[in-house]
Design a protein around this ligand. Structure first.
Ligand SMILES: [Zn+2]
Length: 61
């Protein structure tokens, strides 16, 4: 009820999350299967931003 920062969103496997503050990136290996899903991944005190999994090869040599 008081979880104001929650996005109430479950991330799909393969989704990359980035911290806009420090640039850290993580990737979802296995999606949350809870119901209701309420997965919040934070870095530097803020919710991490989901990136499109289609650009997984970006930045690779
Ligand atoms: Zn961070």
């Amino acid at each position: 009820m008081v979880n104001a920062s929650s996005t109430g969103h479950a991330f799909d496997a393969g989704t990359r999350l980035r911290c806009e503050t420090c640039g850290s990136e993580i990737q979802i290996i296995k999606a949350c299967g809870c119901n209701p899903s309420d997965q919040v991944l934070q870095c530097c005190g803020k919710d991490m931003t989901a990136e499109n999994a289609a650009q997984a090869a970006d930045g690779m040599p």
